[in-house]
Design a protein around this ligand. Structure first.
Ligand code: F6P
Length: 329
């Protein structure tokens, strides 16, 4: 068989580990892998990875020592032109011309929406691997990159806490996550933040200001508020303005962590997850599966229809907002 692999959408630490796993699992089973550069945009342009085996072909050696590297050696892109009937047809033709039997797109919800649309124009098999720092896909306990992004944000907040304590300040730290609060909540819990503002739980600025006053009266020297970029408050800067109008008892500073959360060497957890899911995606293709995401729940690899991974909002882990609140007394 000939498998195609690409990374699409926002990159995530562990994408390289997943790519390595796909290439080596396929090679150990005697299958070819064609690396497609720059996501769906690269697919439309037949932009293939070059290796000692020739254009497109990825050998086990071509993925040596990439497991520990952040980003993706295949590059990634967001490509609105792909999601048009013309774009999908161009992409399907490119896959056929390259003799690809099955495609493994590594990415998040946008990547999977693209894969579902592609399936209407292309008869090959498609198995997606979940690669996004947002952890917003259903059907897998974690997405590849989430663990690392949380660890990066926590490391930053630990440093911010030092200076916040010295100056008795309140820091509003904005994290990514798009419309989802998973990254914000996990970061807040792991960094012992006092408050998390997430899109799933709408709390107005007046209530947040009242909680800050309460925490001051409990003797808190410093406060960390983790704000999800998709939160109702409009992000850390907007919330800071609202708090200053509400007579905040601390001097405040805002920090937007931004793309720093997308980089860096993946954690051991992301490396293991990426390795398991890349291998499982290849085995699932060999077994004849298609239209599925390779996920992991409760320690077991599983296949979930691609549509089911993004069609409803993934709820936050139960009780974790209350847990954060209880821990901040
Ligand atoms: O989906 C991953 C993500 O990092 C989101 O958390 C964020 O909203 C978005 O991508 C940023 O995208 P870009 O890199 O295109 O600015």
């Amino acid at each position: 068989m000939r498998l195609g692999v690409l990374c699409s959408g926002g990159d995530a630490p562990g994408m390289n580990a997943c790519l390595r796993s796909v290439v080596r699992a396929a090679a150990s089973d005697g299958h070819d892998v064609i690396g497609i550069r720059r996501g769906y945009e690269g697919l439309m342009n037949a932009d293939f990875f070059d290796s000692e085996l020739g254009v497109g072909k990825m050998s086990p050696r071509s993925v040596s020592h990439i497991l520990e590297r952040g980003g993706t050696i295949l590059n990634s892109s967001r490509c609105p032109a792909f999601a048009t009937p013309e774009g999908l047809k161009v992409a399907a033709d490119a896959l056929d011309r390259a003799g690809v039997d099955a495609l493994i797109p590594i990415g998040g919800d946008g990547t999977f929406r693209g894969a579902v649309a592609l399936a209407e124009h292309w008869k090959g098999q498609i198995i997606g691997c979940p690669g996004t720092i947002d952890n917003d896909l259903l059907g897998t306990d974690a997405t590849i990159g989430f663990s690392t992004a949380v660890a990066t944000a926590v490391d930053c907040i630990d440093k911010l806490r030092d200076t916040a304590e010295s100056h008795e300040r309140l820091f509003l730290v904005e994290v990514m996550g798009r419309h989802s609060g998973h990254l914000a909540l996990a970061t807040a819990l792991a960094a012992s933040a006092e408050i998390a503002c997430v899109p799933e739980e709408i709390v107005d600025a007046v209530a947040i200001a009242a909680r800050v006053q309460e925490l001051r009266s409990l003797g808190k020297q410093s406060i960390i508020i983790v704000v999800a970029e998709g939160d109702e408050q409009g992000g850390a800067v907007a919330l800071n303005e609202k708090l200053s109008l509400a007579d905040c008892p601390y001097a405040t500073r805002t920090v937007i962590l931004g793309h720093i959360q997308r980089g860096g060497s993946p954690t051991a957890e992301d490396r293991v997850l990426a390795t398991r899911l890349g291998d499982f995606a290849v085995r699932s293709i060999v077994d004849g599966a298609t239209g599925m995401m390779a996920g992991e729940t409760c320690g077991h690899c599983c296949l979930v229809p691609l549509e089911d991974t993004f069609s409803t909002h993934r709820p936050l882990p139960e009780h974790q907002i209350e847990l954060l609140d209880r821990m901040s007394c």
